[in-house]
Structures are given as structure tokens and as C-alpha cells.
Design a protein around this ligand. Structure first.
Ligand code: ADP
Length: 487
């Protein structure tokens, strides 16, 4: 059912290139799929625009979501021709959502190589998002953009020869500053319609290249990122290298708001994809999930060894080189390690070698598999997340919802959500600071040891299961940011 808003409600258009469950790659997809609903419930008149990447409309159809084509198309002038898109309107989670269907969105969602041609669809998308208001008869007060893929929108509002005259406020939310949308300026500057004077070191120029994220940060009316700790970290050279100076300079308009979860979707009590459900009051189902998981991994289903699980993109950021370098030490603890993920070859290979060397202890499920991820969250005992950096991280929160105790590096959003049980005030997981095998093993060994004490372990599990990971509080903080912007 659509969430009703009053006429005076702030109008916010979410401009996103990922949208769970239709086009999710990582955390951005999850956030775009759940925050708008929470904002709507908090009284914001929010709508969403996103490209209809290949397969998206089929998924919409398969999910039985009703949709219709808006009468008017949207048009954007780019590279000396008109780019048009059909607008498909659907109601997703009670939020009006517009899927833009065009030739521009028929390629890979995330190009391997970024250059003028592969970056162009993202610029076209932003301009079509700016044109949407006329097609749907609804003008946003604020454009809420996410990551480099929609960072061209604030740039256009500030520096495009046409759009800079149209007015409009924008927010740039940084889900991961490691991806910035950097490519050569020729012929982009001419093709994009940006004023020639707009390309300089205090705008989107970055060591002779275009840096869309930098442009978006400078041009946006306000900037937010997905945890308070990450908001501080990104202002340091250790974290964001050359971009840290700009983030430090722009810190007056930067805030950190922790992500929430779709707690209906990630819910041990109601999850239909897992073999048995469980709650804080009755944990029996979790044992059945563990059994099914061990069976799926080809291990003894009756084993009482602690099961360490990981669900992750296998990229440098996630620290899995520490995991395969510690394979022998992990096997020695007697725990089982089950990893689901895909990503860079060298990490997949390192983990595959570790699994081959310790077949009774380590299993790798290569690939992206949503249902299997639920089984890992539900059937695991320990969730390992040794990230080098982590803007917010959702997996540690999901794992806690399923009573799986997180072992994480104290960085970014992990630092804001996981607290070591051995602190005097207690906590909900195990943490370590140094980014090396010794640090990780120190925390992991403590977890494996503690697992033997069933009562102590249950207490930690329940602590995590009781945490409030709903969007309620954070949606309120976003609303506050919108209101501040309109002052
Ligand atoms: P990031 O956005 O950096 O990838 P997050 O922890 O914020 O990390 O979000 C990751 C999301 O993607 C979680 O919902 C996680 O379950 C999901 N995910 C990651 N890898 C896989 C995979 N191989 N299969 C299924 N889901 C995955």
C-alpha cells in the first residue's frame, strides 16, 4: 500500500543506480531498497529513479509488482544528440519508483574499465533524472544522489550550461569513497554540456582526470556518509589519499548517518528461505539451520565445532588475504570456515587454495547467491568480517539479526555497530584493531574459545539479536538533514 504524505511534505527524489532486489551489487542496493520506505513512513514525500538495467524489468514482472509506462518520455541532450528513455512507474515497498528504460542502460551495470563511453550512461541517467519532473508532474525539493554513479547530478546543477539555471538542491551520500568515477576529460567535458570554466582543481578536476565523485562532493548542497566513524576517517590521508583534502575542506557540510536494515526481510523469525525459523525466546531452529548448512558444505551435519561464515564481495577492501594467509591457524582452532563470495581472481584463488589445503575445515562457495547467503547468516555461529576499511557494513548487522556473533576489524561502521564483549561494559561481538593476521586471529581465537561456554555464548548471541537495526532512527536523521537544507 502506498504511504500517504501530506501536501507540505518535503519532496525528495532518490537517484540511484542500484535498487534491491532488482539491481543489487552491494550495500548501496540494500539502502536504496529500504531507506525510501522508512523516509516515507517518517513523512517525507520520497520517490526513486533508477535505470532499468538488463533483467530488471523481468525481475519486476517475476515479483508480480504492478507497473505502467508513463505517457511522456524523458529526454537529455548529451554528446550532441538526444537520449530518450521510457519511464516505467511501479510501486516498490509503497514508494513510487521510476525505472528508466533506454539503450543507454543495456550494457554492464558496472563497467570493468571506465572511460568516456562507459561513463556516459551515468551522466545521461543524471540528466534524465533532472528531466523526470516534467514527465511525472512532481518537482523534488531535493535530489538525493548516491556514490559516483549519480554524482554527475550535483555537478550538473552547479556547472551545466542549462541545468545550473534551473535551481535545485542536492545531497551526495557516500557509500564507498574508494570508487570515484575517474576517467579522461576528453571528450567528456564538451559532450556533457558542462561549462568549460567548471573543470578545475577546486571542482571535478583530479590530477588531470575527471573525478565525478569529487565534483559531486564539491557541488552538492550537503554530503553524508554511512557511519559517523567513516565520516571522520575519510578526512584522513590514510583513508582516502588525495581526496582526503577535499573531504576535510568540505567537512562543514558532511555528516555520518549509520545505515539501517530492512528488518522484515532479514528476519530469523519470518525468513522463508531458511530451513527453520527462530527467535530470541526459542533458538531451536538455529541448530537446524546449522545442520543444513554443514550438509550443504559437505561436512558432518552433527559437528558441534563452531562454524565461522563469511558473505562478501571478494575485493581488497574486505581483508580476505588475511583469511587465506591464516588458513592453517583457522583450521587449527577446530572451527569450520564457510565463505560465500565472488570478486577479484587473486582473492578467489587464494581462498580456493586454502579450501583445497584444508578440505575438512574450509569451504568456498564461489558466486553471488542470495538464498545461500541467508543459510550462512542463519546457520553460522561466528560471522567474520576483517575489513581493511568499511564505510558502514550491513553483513555484520544481518548476522546479529540471525544470532551469528560478529568478529570484525574496528573500522568505519563496524566500529559503530560491533562492540567487544571483553570491554568492561560488555558487547555484542569480538573486535580487533591492527589490520594483520595476528590481530584477526587474536579476536577469532577468543570467539572460538568463548563458543565452548554455551551460556556465555548464548548471552552474546542474544545481545546482538536484541540490537535495533531498523531504519527508524537513521531515517529521522536523514529527514533532519533534508529540513536543515531547506532552511
Ligand atoms: P558492500 O556494500 O561493501 O558489498 P555490505 O556489508 O554493506 O558490503 O553489504 C553487502 C551486502 O551484499 C549484504 O547484503 C550481503 O549479504 C550481500 N552479499 C555480498 N556478497 C554476496 C554473495 N556472494 N552472495 C549473496 N549476497 C552477497
Amino acid at each position: 500500500m502506498a504511504v500517504k504524505n501530506d501536501d507540505n511534505a518535503l519532496k525528495v527524489l532518490f537517484v540511484t543506480t542500484e535498487l534491491a532486489p532488482f539491481s543489487k551489487v552491494g550495500g548501496l542496493g540494500d539502502v536504496a531498497g529500504s531507506l525510501p520506505k522508512a523516509l516515507s513512513q517518517a513523512g517525507v514525500d520520497v520517490r526513486v529513479v533508477t535505470p532499468a538495467w538488463p533483467g530488471v524489468l523481468e525481475k519486476l514482472e517475476a515479483a508480480g509488482v504492478k507497473h505502467s509506462t508513463v505517457k511522456t518520455k524523458v529526454y537529455a541532450a548529451y554528446d550532441w544528440r538526444i537520449h530518450s528513455a521510457e519511464v516505467i512507474k511501479a510501486e516498490v515497498n509503497g514508494v513510487a519508483t521510476y525505472f528508466l528504460k533506454a539503450e543507454d542502460y543495456t550494457g554492464d551495470m558496472y563497467p570493468q574499465q571506465l572511460n568516456f563511453w562507459t561513463a556516459s550512461p551515468f551522466a545521461v541517467f543524471c540528466m534524465q533524472a533532472l528531466e523526470l519532473k516534467d514527465a511525472i508532474g512532481w518537482t523534488p525539493d531535493i535530489y538525493h544522489c548516491h556514490d559516483w554513479t549519480s554524482a554527475f547530478l550535483p555537478c550538473a546543477l552547479a556547472w551545466h550550461r542549462h541545468y545550473r539555471q534551473t535551481g535545485g538542491k542536492s545531497i551526495m551520500t557516500l557509500h564507498n569513497v574508494a570508487y570515484q568515477g575517474v576517467f579522461e576529460p576528453y571528450p567528456f567535458l564538451d559532450a556533457s554540456g558542462l561549462e568549460p570554466w567548471s573543470f578545475n582543481s577546486s571542482t571535478m578536476e583530479f590530477y588531470g582526470q575527471v573525478n565525478l565523485l569529487k565534483g559531486g562532493i564539491v557541488a552538492a548542497t550537503a554530503v553524508s556518509t554511512v557511519s559517523p566513524t567513516y565520516a571522520s576517517e575519510i578526512q584522513t590521508y590514510e583513508s582516502t589519499r588525495e581526496l582526503s583534502g577535499i573531504l576535510y575542506q568540505q567537512r562543514g557540510k558532511l555528516r555520518g548517518i549509520i545505515n539501517g536494515l530492512d528488518t522484515k526481510f532479514w528476519d530469523a523469525a519470518g525468513d522463508k528461505t531458511i530451513p527453520a525459523n527462530f527467535t530470541i525466546k526459542d533458538l531451536k531452529g538455529k541448530a537446524a539451520c546449522k545442520k543444513a548448512l554443514l550438509q550443504r558444505a559437505g561436512l558432518d551435519p552433527n559437528s558441534d565445532a563452531p562454524v565461522i561464515v563469511c558473505v562478501s564481495r571478494l575485493v581488497e577492501q574486505k581483508g580476505f588475504d588475511m583469511v587465506f594467509n591464516a588458513a592453517g591457524q583457522i583450521a587449527e582452532t577446530g572451527a569450520k570456515l564457510l565463505i560465500l563470495g565472488s570478486g577479484q581472481d587473486w582473492i578467489e584463488n587464494g581462498l580456493a587454495q586454502a579450501a583445497a589445503a584444508y578440505p575438512d575445515s574450509i569451504k568456498l562457495f564461489k558466486g553471488y547467491d542470495e538464498p545461500l547467503s541467508h543459510l550462512l547468516y542463519a546457520g553460522g555461529d561466528i560471522f567474520l568480517m576483517p575489513s581493511v576499511f568499511e564505510p558502514c557494513g550491513l553483513s555484520q548487522m544481518i548476522s546479529m539479526r540471525y544470532g551469528t556473533v560478529p568478529v570484525v576489524r574496528e573500522v568505519g561502521g563496524l566500529r559503530d555497530t560491533v562492540f567487544d564483549v571483553d570491554r568492561p561494559e560488555g558487547g555484542n561481538g569480538f573486535t580487533f584493531l591492527t589490520c594483520d593476521v595476528d590481530g584477526m586471529m587474536w579476536a577469532l581465537r577468543r570467539a572460538v574459545e568463548r563458543y565452548k561456554d554455551k551460556e556465555a555464548w548464548k548471552k552474546i548471541m542474544l545481545e546482538g539479536m536484541r540490537e535495533d537495526f531498523t531504519w527508524d532512527k537513521s531515517a529521522g536523521l536523514y529527514k533532519e538533514m533534508y529540513e536543515d537544507l531547506m532552511q
